[in-house]
Unconditional design. Sequence first.
Length: 239
Amino acid sequence: MLKVLLIGVDLAWGEKKHDGVCLLKWGGKRGEVVGFGYPQGDRELMELLRERSRGYRSVFVAVDAPIVCPNRTGTRPVDRLTHRMFHREHAACHPANSTKCPRPPRLARLMQRTGFQVGWETSVGKKTVTEVYPHPAMVRMFGLSRIVKYKKGKVVERRKEFVRLQKLMRKMLREKFAKVKIGEEVRQLLQEPWSKPVEDKTDALFCALIGLWHWMHQGRKSEVIGDRRTGFILLPESR
């Protein structure tokens, strides 16, 4: 039995859009990407998490969204911290509050009711949900001076940057995750032209890899900024 199921979730902040989900299993020495999902809304996402995590004692879910967000207005301290840490790389967070983005903390509460703990511990036999943020993580994992700008701007430029992202992802998988079997589904995903589902699943794959990096190295090559009470983000450490 493999030790842990890593799940990356590119969470939509609203119920009408789909969530990108990537599932990756890790046995201590070898791993494998075992599939993707594209649910819509809390119910479909929770059903997917429940079904796919069945049979695993250890589950680690990395969500790209502000799952701890107690402030009703304004922004979280951790979001302000990203502006100090990553403004030169254009990788700072958008301001998050529970009025503007109620879904992520609601999802965290739903997951807690099913046995998940909010945090970042790599504990065998535990189910954990953590927050990640791909932009600064990509800056660190890829060794960049600026983010990959595939989210905003002119369509032509965004699609060009997305092709660059796919190339960087393939290189990272070869160099940092050589013991992870990616399979045809991932190879195809990292070659496909841009579409919203392709982007969302690619983001979910990257979230799962942040979680795997943290688990593989048992936190020794990770950094947590912020805190459990006001909000935190799990990042790979600076190179």
